[in-house]
Design a protein around this ligand. Structure first.
Ligand SMILES: Nc1ncnc2c1ncn2[C@@H]1O[C@H](COP(=O)(O)OP(=O)(O)OP(=O)(O)O)[C@@H](O)[C@H]1O
Length: 759
């Protein structure tokens, strides 16, 4: 493989380039994609002229390597192989033409694709209708578009980039939550790439060096013809050899019959002849090339998902041969296995969680991206395959690297910069604005999932409405719908399965409700179990007030809330006042404790250097506490302990606290409120800014009162029982905050210009 390409070379294809075939001849040699150079002009052009003169094996000796690098392409797609008849009609030609009608080229695609749901829409009432005005009784009435790119909902930026990148042959990195459509978009891209560029790749025996098999590319569909022609040729040769062998054996037998004294010699001679012929016929079979990439039946450009692939599967491999000599061995070209990078030539290589590939593999992948070709060698040093290295095999793929933020951080920096420098990066959205058009698309998504599954009953209108409500709820954001479609698709399947198990024609709203309770995540099940156990021990909600104890709320996983009490205790300092936090606090929570102490120091006469403040996240266990969403809980617990004022135990709370006393928004409020209700709390304090995100289930609405607060004084007002002592911390906070917090972010520090605690 050549190493002369600089890492900083420009990409081989320019943006908005003309179709390659028109360009190739005028393009300077250095700018041509390697696979073009090697591919379209491809195989053995000179050899055909000689086919009548020389023996088959010798012909392959004559493969002129230098031609493979001249860069002169034969636009006519004419292809010569020593065996295949170059005048044969390519079967794949007709397929290509037919399919051209089905699949639009990239140029024909607009950057946004409006999809007609195929049914009438009541535009007037669309905004108020959960189905966006779709006049349907069930999902059976909704048409599902054929192309994947049209099935993608939301992710407008990612979709536009995919369309653009397909046109310009650029790499893309997609980062975002699981199940938001990364692999779907990558697959969609492969449908947008031109099919006429596809190639078959053949590996030939190299008579000059058995360990360096030759590699040739031919237009897709031609490979199979070549293989068939080679097999036919081998069959004919073997037939001729057999006839010759039997003639010789017959002569020997005839001769021995005439002189019976040498019967034994005759039998031995016949046996030797037989063995010689058998041995040489093996050689004839072995000369059939090995087609490692067969795109003959491919209806779209290839899509290869190499997520979690080990080096061999990704980069190709050469199998071990236990019989390495003596005529028993399998020729090296027959042992060559392609990797995903080769199979995705002219198509899309999708790698999710790129960081799981080891560094060496990432480096090799980078080389493959740079060069557009990559020789195949045995991946295991102990295998005889490691002796073999093919000529470079084309791997001119578009790379789609995907993952979450961690994947990006741990990716090989050079590989990342390669993708970034010569491609696009896009962050996938988790939610999308809830509009009538979007709801119509969600209804179509359900129809899509039903059709894709093939066995599920279609969904009644009310069932679709319930699922769209669920999508709103899962968004956790006002006027938004979740884009975590994999999970939503899971719910569709469970609901459909319930209806199917009861042999019903349609899936109903009840099925969806049942599916929701059945398809609880592990975290939800754990959280519910946890709440139930704590109820058994009466560890959480009581009617009495308790000093220094507050019911905090946390999120487990992505979709379940849990109640975690926080306790504070003040003790005389033993060597300078400290804040001591226990209960598997994580970094962010430690920080929130520090913020809280800033407020206490500012608004209290208490000399904190004389006190140790102990804070415990009671029985936080494995769940721990992440984020700073517990900081108003910590502040309330500490203030209650400092001031000896009990906290109402029927209240739970969540909210982040700024060092100046503002209550800032947090994530997962809906799940947290539901957890508080399940635990038996009658009130829950949430940040005012989160009020719009609340989408709790009907059953909890009656159970709990939601109290939005914008600053710590409002929180204390609701949570603390009894009146604070005059000039105490609570009293000071209360007296200044009324006006001071109204300004929002200005909050406590700048409150009314008078610092209550001048020290
Ligand atoms: N934006 C979307 N529009 C329509 N359907 C979607 C979308 N995103 C995901 N889906 C549905 O969810 C399924 C799973 O999505 P996909 O595998 O593309 O997610 P992903 O982002 O690649 O997730 P992961 O990173 O876990 O592999 C898809 O097959 C499709 O049915």
């Amino acid at each position: 493989m050549s190493n002369d390409t600089n890492v900083d070379d420009p990409p081989k294809d320019e943006p908005d380039a003309e179709p390659e075939s028109d360009q190739t001849q005028s393009r300077p040699r250095d700018e041509e994609p390697a696979s073009d150079r090697q591919g379209e002009r491809s195989l053995l052009e000179e050899e055909g002229d000689r086919r009548d003169d020389v023996d088959d094996d010798d012909q392959r000796n004559d493969i002129d390597d230098s031609n493979a690098d001249t860069g002169e392409l034969d636009d006519s797609d004419e292809f010569d192989d020593p065996i295949a008849d170059p005048n044969d009609e390519l079967e794949s030609d007709s397929t290509t033409e037919e399919a051209e009608d089905d699949i639009e080229t990239v140029e024909d695609l607009g950057s946004t694709v409006e999809v007609d749901p195929g049914v009438e829409v009541d535009e007037e009432n669309a905004e108020d209708d959960l189905l966006g005005g779709l006049k349907v009784d069930s999902t059976a009435d909704i048409e599902v578009p054929d192309r994947l790119v049209d099935q993608v909902i939301g992710q407008d930026e990612a979709r536009d980039i995919i369309i653009k990148a397909a046109k310009q042959r650029r790499h893309v990195m997609m980062i975002g939550s699981p199940g938001t459509g990364k692999s779907m978009l990558a697959k969609a891209m492969s449908q947008l790439l031109p099919r006429e560029d596809l190639q078959d790749v053949l590996v030939y025996h190299n008579p000059d060096d058995g360990n360096e098999p030759k590699v040739r590319t031919v237009p897709a569909g031609k490979g199979e013809q070549i293989i068939d022609a080679h097999k036919e040729e081998a069959r004919k040769r073997n037939q001729m050899r057999s006839i010759l062998m039997w003639v010789i054996i017959a002569i020997i037998i005839g001769y021995t019959l005439l002189s019976p004294t040498s019967i034994l010699l005759g039998i031995i001679a016949a046996g030797i002849v037989w063995l010689i012929f058998r041995y040489t016929s093996r050689g004839t079979d072995a000369m059939v090339p090995n087609m490692i990439v067969n795109n003959g039946d491919q209806r779209t450009a290839p899509f290869e998902d190499a997520t979690g692939a080990h080096a061999g599967a990704l980069l190709g491999d050469v199998r071990h041969d236990p019989f390495q000599s003596g005529g028993m061995e399998t020729p090296s070209h027959d042992r060559v296995e392609p990797g995903s990078i080769h199979q995705s030539n002219k198509g899309v290589l999708f790698v999710d969680e790129m960081n799981t590939l080891d560094v060496r593999t990432q480096q090799k992948l980078m080389t493959a991206i740079q060069e557009g070709e990559f020789a195949i060698t045995g991946q295991s040093e102990r295998s005889s395959g490691a002796m073999v290295q093919t000529e470079p095999v084309p791997c001119d793929f578009i790379m789609i690297a995907a993952g979450n933020l961690d994947a990006m951080e741990n990716m090989h920096p050079a590989l990342r910069s390669r993708i970034k420098g010569y491609g696009y990066e896009v962050y996938m959205d988790d939610t999308i604005e809830d509009t009538a058009e979007m709801r119509r698309k969600y209804a179509r998504f359900i129809a899509q999932e039903v059709e894709r599954d093939g066995r599920l009953p279609h969904f009644e209108r009310e069932a679709v409405e319930e699922l769209i409500l669920e999508a709103k709820r899962r968004a956790g954001r006002k006027d938004h719908l979740t884009l975590l479609f994999r999970d939503l698709g899971g719910l569709v399947r469970v609901a459909g399965d319930i209806a199917r198990s009861e042999d019903r024609e349609y899936t109903t709203r009840d099925d969806v409700l049942q599916a929701k309770s059945r398809s609880r995540s592990i975290e939800q099940q754990l959280a519910d179990d946890y709440i139930e156990r704590r109820k058994d021990y009466e560890l959480q909600v009581t009617d009495d007030g308790v000093e220094g104890r507050v019911n905090g709320l946390a999120v487990m996983g992505e979709d379940s809330g849990i109640m975690l009490p926080v306790m504070a205790e003040i003790a005389p300092a033993q060597g300078g006042g400290q804040v001591i936090a226990t209960g598997q606090l994580k970094e962010m929570a430690e920080e929130s404790v520090q913020n809280v102490s800033a407020i206490i120091k500012k608004f209290s006469d208490v000399d904190l250097s004389e006190k140790d403040i102990h804070i415990q996240f009671v029985q936080a266990g494995q769940q721990g506490v992440d984020g700073d969403s517990a900081s108003i809980t910590v502040a309330t617990a500490v203030i209650s302990a400092l001031e000896d004022i009990p906290v109402d135990q029927s209240i739970a709370m969540t909210g982040s606290l700024s060092v100046r006393g503002d209550v800032l928004p947090v994530g997962g409020v809906t799940h947290k409120i539901e957890a508080a209700a399940k635990a038996g709390c009658s009130k829950v304090i949430i940040p005012e800014a989160n009020e719009q995100d609340v989408m709790i289930e009907e059953e909890y609405e009656e159970m709990i009162e939601i109290i939005p607060c914008s600053n710590i004084s409002e929180v204390l007002d609701v949570a603390l029982e009894g009146e604070p002592k005059k000039d105490s911390l609570v009293d000071r906070l209360k007296s200044i905050t009324g006006s001071a917090f109204e300004g929002g972010q200005g909050a406590v520090g700048s409150a009314s210009g008078s610092n209550p605690n001048p020290q």
